[in-house]
Design a protein around this ligand. Structure first.
Ligand code: AMX
Length: 435
């Protein structure tokens, strides 16, 4: 069987030849213009990055190498008797650009299981943090402690030819993906389960083993983890976690350093932390109403109060998307199949009917529709994972698949140090007014 690494290099050589040609023939073609407003407003709409793994359409949502989320749920290999895609298969797709067959995914599952050892000093480093530390801080700290294992950092220190960088990045990426579930599960069991840890089961798939180490043996939860790890993996290159990982990686920081940096961005409430904020917001609404299931009128009043208090409605809106996020819809379909009568899930669905028209009324919100984070927490609560501060760590483990596949591509394409130009407002004033 052709090794995944060799296959990746063949694909990369092909693409590098194409890119060389594009640059030779069209290197000075223009693909857009930049306005003053874009510079001040988060660079929205500026095309300034290349990311091979996925592409976001504002109305249709994300496509991974051309495949939409419904297509991936149908076409990616599954465990025997399972219905949700194996996230290892998505990693293969993002890396190689082709859908894997079952045998290829099993090979990758095996590789990840064999590489999953986490050295003791990583656990000791996490243990040194106070127990009330946020799980995302523990997670990034754990990833940084793992950096001792970087093969790229060692090879670079020894002195290697730049043509060899990509191979070490590939090894680091796979090793890190293999180790992350163990680090994340350790944090969960330390913080919430009295330090009672569960050993990995090397016979299980990557996401199934993660569920097992977290302490959830229900097959429904394992299926949820496979879906969750698939849909959170990538959202093209400009979002905070992907862009940060890419930016830090462009300094030739290794996979561990780059991924840890991306995770500190995912930990922000406007990005990955929104999933915990959604559940917190719903629970606070329920508490204010004295418990029970709020009516749509009560939800509407609570939304208006949230806005009047100068806060955002978590789980709604997006910097690029302009329709309901297909990642929200995939979770809704999962819930309709597995837990249609769950009370919290039904509140999420009522919130979905209530929030968009109210946000539309404001006239300034570009996307009033739910994003991925509006639904995920309610599914986790159903299976007993109620500790919502941990939710972003799950997002982070999944996001590793996309951003690390992208780092492999960055390195094999020899992408340079990223260094856009910045200006001062004094410069801008002079530029636009001439004085
Ligand atoms: N609730 C209230 N106001 C909102 C809003 C929401 N859900 N979404 C956008 N707005 C407001 C903005 O705060 C902004 O107000 P301002 O002009 O007074 O500052 C105005 O609408 C215009 O914003 P926008 O152009 O529509 O959005 P954006 O690209 O600046 O920001 C996002 C996108 C996601 C940060 C924003 O929609 C938001 O804060 N949503 C809630 C948090 C959330 O769910 N984040 C998760 C996103 C997905 C992810 O990364 N995991």
């Amino acid at each position: 069987m052709v090794q995944i690494k060799d296959k990746f290099k063949v694909k990369a050589d092909e693409l590098n030849a194409t890119v060389k040609e594009i640059l030779k023939e069209h290197g000075s073609d223009k693909i857009g213009e930049v306005t003053v407003a874009q510079v001040y407003q988060g660079m929205r709409g500026i095309t300034g990055l290349v990311s091979e793994t996925s592409l976001l359409d504002a109305n249709e949502g994300i496509r991974f190498r051309g495949y939409s989320i419904p297509e991936l749920r149908e076409k990616l290999p599954k465990v025997n008797g399972g219905a949700e895609p194996l996230p290892e298969g998505l990693f293969y797709l993002m890396l190689i650009g082709e859908l894997p067959d079952t045998e290829q995914v099993q090979e990758l599952s095996g590789i990840l299981a064999r590489r999953s050892h986490v050295p003791n000093h990583v656990f000791a480093t996490i243990d040194a943090l106070p127990i009330n530390t946020h799980p995302m801080t523990m997670f990034t700290t754990g990833v940084l402690a793992l950096q001792t294992e970087s093969l790229f950092a060692k090879a670079y220190a020894d002195g290697i030819n730049k043509k060899e960088y990509w191979g070490y990045m590939y090894e680091d990426a796979l090793n890190l993906i293999a180790r992350l579930p163990r680090v994340a599960a350790y944090i969960y069991r330390r913080k919430y389960k009295n330090n009672y840890h569960i050993q990995p089961n090397g016979m299980l798939d990557w996401a199934g083993n993660f569920a097992h180490m977290l302490g959830y043996e229900d097959e429904g939860f394992k299926e949820l983890m496979r879906l969750y790890m698939t849909i959170h993996a990538d959202h093209e290159g400009g979002n905070v976690s992907a862009h940060t990982t890419h930016l830090v990686g462009s300094a030739l920081s290794d996979a561990y350093l780059s991924f840890a940096a991306g995770m500190t961005g995912l930990a922000g409430p406007l990005h990955g932390l929104a999933n915990q904020e959604v559940i917190k917001w719903i629970l606070a609404m329920q508490q204010e109403l004295g418990g029970g299931t709020p009516t749509k009128e009560q939800i509407a009043a609570y939304v208006r109060k949230t806005l009047a208090d100068g806060k955002v409605v978590p789980g709604y809106g997006h910097a690029v998307l302009r329709k309901t996020d297909p990642r929200f819809t995939a979770q809704m379909e999962f819930a309709k199949k597995h837990l249609p009568d769950d009370a919290l899930v039904n509140i999420v669905w009522n919130v979905y009917e209530t929030v968009p028209p109210i946000l539309q009324e404001l006239g300034k919100v570009k996307n009033p529709w739910p994003n991925v984070d509006a639904h995920s927490g309610a599914l986790l609560v159903h299976y007993g994972l109620v500790e919502y501060e941990f939710y972003t760590v799950l997002f982070g483990v999944s996001r590793a698949l996309g951003v690390l596949a992208s780092l492999c591509w960055d390195r094999v394409m020899g992408q340079p140090l990223e260094r856009p130009k910045s200006v001062t407002s004094e410069w801008m004033q002079l530029f636009v007014t001439g004085k």
